[in-house]
Unconditional design. Sequence first.
Length: 59
Amino acid sequence: MSEAWDPRAPCDLCSLPVGIKPFTLTAPEKTFRFCCEGCKGIYQMLHQINEPPAGTADN
Ligand SMILES: [Zn+2]
């Protein structure tokens, strides 16, 4: 599972390029990518996203 992403893809909060090491936030419906931990934290707070605990076998 090596999903490649475009480093120029926009941050889901501020639309800046996320770069080669984006901060990801896994939601049930999709994975969000952010340029920095601050953006991730703000987005998570705004949308009440809780990352599912690792190891849930729902695939
Ligand atoms: Zn950002």
